[in-house]
Each structure stands twice: as structure tokens, then as C-alpha cells.
Design a protein around this ligand. Structure first.
Ligand code: SDX
Length: 432
């Protein structure tokens, strides 16, 4: 990051001006460093939702929203989705470079050997209702990992940070599969060290003790690609939650649990589940125009789920890859006509020609097609956001590590503009 120029801010009606350094990164807009603004001008900036505010310096992921570009450590997402796999992407996100064969083998083995959870974790599940939403279980059980790794809480020790990262990347799918099995009333399935990350996850989701379960290579490849596409995405709401929690020095397992909680919202990671619900409620393609009209009516408060994005004002590159994968998976599974896919494609066609969406630069995002693939893979909608959390754990962990290792990092503490009551004296209840 270099300082190339500065911006001068002056207050109308006063002789006060402040020169703020203008910082230039590798890619993307320059940023005005306003850290001395209050000291020089006695004012704060105001940016609800942080839409125009850089909260940190990061080297992990870059998004060009206008061009629809997504880079993980500089590598385009379409190249990684085509040629890499999730474990290699995990290494790339965590360490910044693609691994050589020996580094990859060591990392893969390291993650594999952390996939089991403490046997007592099973006891947590007995406290949940069988129909509990699996994201509620994920928030609780992932956070509770902190109770099992108190020996690994010195976040200033690089080796302990790395073990925490391995444990989280490795154990979150195990816990996710346990949440699914608990809802089904089926026994938990232990991880298998002879399977790939994606195959092991599918095996834990689908195997039963009564018979062998062979993971389909088609589903393994589809799951691996879904995990790659969801792995990281700059300072989105859940990642910012993890960074803010981590900035206090909180336990890394608690920080990731906070990220899971933030991801659950339908405006964020919960959108994939909401897309399937939306398509189901519309029912048939002939009802799409009426639904689109409802979306355009502000009073309806109805959103086209899976569309729009705070950053992308062009196609989300992940949505494009997801759409292609959708066709591949349905084709390879022999699913000739999937009404939901027909509905989604018709809805995309209509929306992309409608002025309401075009003028607002609303395009399909990562969540628009992912649910259709997951449904074709036999995964229930309640598990869709859980799978997003499994994938995003490596992004959260990588961003958390980067923040902890940043010498300039300090506790996150936004300010506000106060519009409440001015100072006033207490009045006794008898006099009110
Ligand atoms: C993810 O941040 C990330 O990177 C997130 C994510 C990641 O990988 O971490 O990419 C994952 O969360 C993807 C987004 C999933 N959410 C949804 O699909 C839910 C539906 N989308 C919307 O809720 C909305 O688009 C958001 C929340 C995603 C973005 O909200 P913004 O930034 O407030 O939307 P905007 O400012 O771009 O909206 C501009 C206009 C507004 O209308 P006007 O006030 O200008 O009249 O577009 C409207 C919005 O009301 N609008 C929509 C819409 N999204 C925005 N109208 C109808 N349907 C929508 N989906």
C-alpha cells in the first residue's frame, strides 16, 4: 500500500482544513486515510452499512463489482473452479501462494487428521430438538469448540493460530454432517481419512451403518466446486463480524461462531435457502411476471432472492459458474427436466430485460443457482446455508489470521452520529 497523494477537506464557514493521505493498493479504488480526521477537524464520517468504507487492508480476496471479477490471492475464481480443488484453495487463502506438491500433501494430511471431534461433542446434540434449524446447531456447537480447546487459546502464538485454523477447517464439516444426521434421527458418521474433503463431507452426510456408501465422483466434484466458489469474499457481513469479534482477542472458535450467526441471515448466506422457498412459492413459470411486479412494488417488501449484491453491479462470476455446474450436475445425474431450474432461468431472463433490475444493476448472485444444485444432490434446503458456512470457514479463518498478524490492527470500535435526547435531569416518578 503506497501513499500517492492526499485529499484536502475543509469545513465550510471555518478556516479549518485537513489533508488526508490518499492510499493506493494493488487493485481497486484508492482510499482516503481518515484516521486523523477527528483530531484535525473534530468530525466523524457517516457510512451506515459501510458501503463506501474500507475497514482494513487485506491481501486475500479482491472483487471488481463493475467488471464481475473475483480473485483469490490474485487467481481468477473461474480458473480455480476449473483447475484447483477446495483443499488447495484453502492453502492458497491461508498462506497466499499455491502450494507445491509436498506442501499440498502435508496440508491435506494435516486437515484430514483434525476432522474428528471430541466424543463428548455428541452430548450437545441431545439438548437440541430434532427439528432445530441446523444453523442454530452450528452456532452453538462450533462456539462450544472453545470449551474443548482451552489449551489453544494463545492467539498471539503463530503455531496455536495455525492449529486453530486446521481444527476449524477440518471440524466444521463434521459438525455440519452431525447436525444433518441428528435431524434425520440417523447415527452420526465418523470422518474417513481415505476420502477427499468433499467426498468425506458427502460420506458423513449420506452414509448409514447398514450398508456401504460410495461417493459419486460427480457429486464429489460438484460439492468441491461449490466449496471453492463460497470460500471467501472480501469484507462481507459475516467476515466483518469475524474480524470485529477477533479484534477484541476473543477465542477463534467463538469468532467463527459469530460469523456463522451473521451468515444465517436471508440477506446474506441464508439467501440460497430463500431462493428455493421463493421458487417453490411462485410455483409455475406463468406466475413469474406477477411475482416480478410484486418485487417492483416497494410496499410489498418482497425481494427477488438470489439477485442483487452490495458490490457486484454486474454478473457475480460465481453465479455464472454455478449455472454451468447446475446443467452439468443435472445432466450427469440424468435429471432431464428440473422445473426449479427452468423457473430460475426464466426468472433470470425476465429480470435481466426488466428496467427495474437493469437500472439498479441487479444480477444473479452466488445464491441464485446454488440451491438448485444442492437440491439435485439430495440436500435439504435447511442445510444450504450450513454448506455455505462449511465453505466460508476457511475465508473467515484466513481473514481472522490476517487481522491478528497485522501489526496495525486494533479493536474495532465504530462511532455514531447521536440524534437522541440532549442531556436532561432525572425526574422522580411522583413528578412525571
Ligand atoms: C451474499 O457481501 C458479500 O459479499 C455477500 C456474499 C458473500 O459471498 O459473502 O456475496 C454472499 O450474501 C450474496 C447476496 C445474497 N442475498 C440475496 O440474494 C438477498 C436479495 N438481495 C438483496 O437483499 C440485496 O441485493 C443485497 C442485500 C444483497 C444488497 O443490498 P443493498 O446493497 O442494500 O442493495 P442495493 O443498494 O444494491 O439496492 C439498490 C436498489 C434498492 O432499490 P432503490 O432503493 O434504489 O429503489 O435495488 C433494490 C433495493 O431495494 N434491490 C432489490 C434487490 N436487491 C436490491 N430489489 C429487489 N430484489 C432484490 N434482490
Amino acid at each position: 500500500m503506497s501513499q500517492s497523494a492526499s485529499i484536502t477537506i475543509s469545513l465550510d464557514g471555518s478556516n479549518k482544513t485537513a489533508a488526508m493521505p490518499l492510499l493506493t493498493g494493488t487493485l481497486g479504488p484508492q482510499v482516503a486515510d481518515i484516521r486523523k480526521l477527528y483530531g484535525q477537524l473534530g468530525i466523524f464520517t457517516y457510512d451506515p452499512g459501510y458501503g463506501e468504507t474500507a475497514s482494513c487492508e487485506s491481501k486475500i480476496t479482491y472483487i471488481d463489482g463493475d467488471e464481475g471479477v473475483l480473485l483469490y490471492r490474485g487467481y481468477p475464481i473461474d480458473q480455480l473452479a476449473e483447475s484447483s480443488d477446495f483443499i488447495e484453495v484453502c492453502y492458497l487463502l491461508m498462506y497466499g501462494e499455491l502450494p507445491d506438491a509436498a506442501q499440498l500433501a502435508k496440508f491435506r494430511a494435516g486437515v484430514t487428521r483434525h476432522t474428528m471431534v471430541h466424543e463428548q461433542i455428541r452430548n450437545f446434540f441431545n439438548g437440541f430438538r430434532r427439528d432445530a434449524h441446523p444453523m442454530a446447531i452450528m452456532c452453538g456447537v462450533v462456539g462450544a469448540l472453545a470449551a474443548f480447546y482451552h489449551d489453544n487459546l494463545d492467539i498471539n502464538d503463530a503455531h496455536q493460530r495455525e492449529i486453530a485454523a486446521y481444527r476449524l477447517i477440518a471440524k466444521v464439516p463434521t459438525i455440519a454432517a452431525m447436525a444433518y444426521k441428528y435431524a434425520l434421527g440417523q447415527p452420526f458418521v465418523y470422518p474417513r481419512n481415505d476420502l477427499s474433503y468433499a467426498a468425506n463431507f458427502l460420506h458423513m452426510l449420506n452414509a448409514v451403518p447398514a450398508e456401504d456408501y460410495k461417493v459419486s465422483p460427480v457429486l464429489e466434484r460438484a460439492m468441491d466446486r461449490i466449496l471453492v466458489l463460497h470460500a471467501d469474499h472480501e469484507q462481507n457481513a459475516s467476515t466483518s463480524t469475524v474480524r470485529l469479534a477477533g479484534s477484541t482477542g476473543a477465542n477463534p472458535f467463538a469468532c467463527i461462531a459469530a460469523g456463522i450467526a451473521a451468515l444465517w441471515g436471508p440477506a446474506h448466506g441464508g439467501a440460497n435457502e430463500a431462493v428455493l422457498k421463493m421458487l417453490g412459492e411462485i410455483g409455475t413459470p406463468d406466475k413469474i411476471p406477477a411475482f416480478i411486479e410484486q418485487v417492483k412494488d416497494k410496499n410489498s417488501n418482497v425481494k427477488l432472492m438470489g439477485f442483487g449484491h452490495r458490490v457486484y453491479k454486474n454478473f457475480d462470476p460465481r453465479a455464472k459458474i454455478m449455472k454451468e455446474t447446475c446443467h452439468e450436475v443435472l445432466g450427469e445425474l440424468g435429471i432431464k427436466d428440473e422445473p426449479l431450474l427452468d423457473m430460475a432461468m426464466e426468472m433470470e431472463r425476465i429480470a435481466l430485460t426488466d428496467e427495474y433490475f437493469v437500472s439498479r444493476k441487479l444480477y444473479p448472485n452466488v445464491d441464485f443457482y446454488s440451491g438448485i444444485i444442492l437440491k439435485a444432490m439430495g440436500i435439504p434446503t435447511s442445510m444450504f446455508t450450513v454448506i455455505f458456512a462449511v465453505a466460508r470457514t476457511v475465508g473467515w479463518v484466513s481473514q481472522w489470521k490476517e487481522m491478528i498478524e497485522d501489526p496495525s490492527q486494533r479493536i474495532g470500535r465504530p462511532r455514531q452520529i447521536y440524534t437522541g435526547a440532549p442531556s436532561r435531569d432525572y425526574v422522580d416518578v411522583a413528578k412525571r
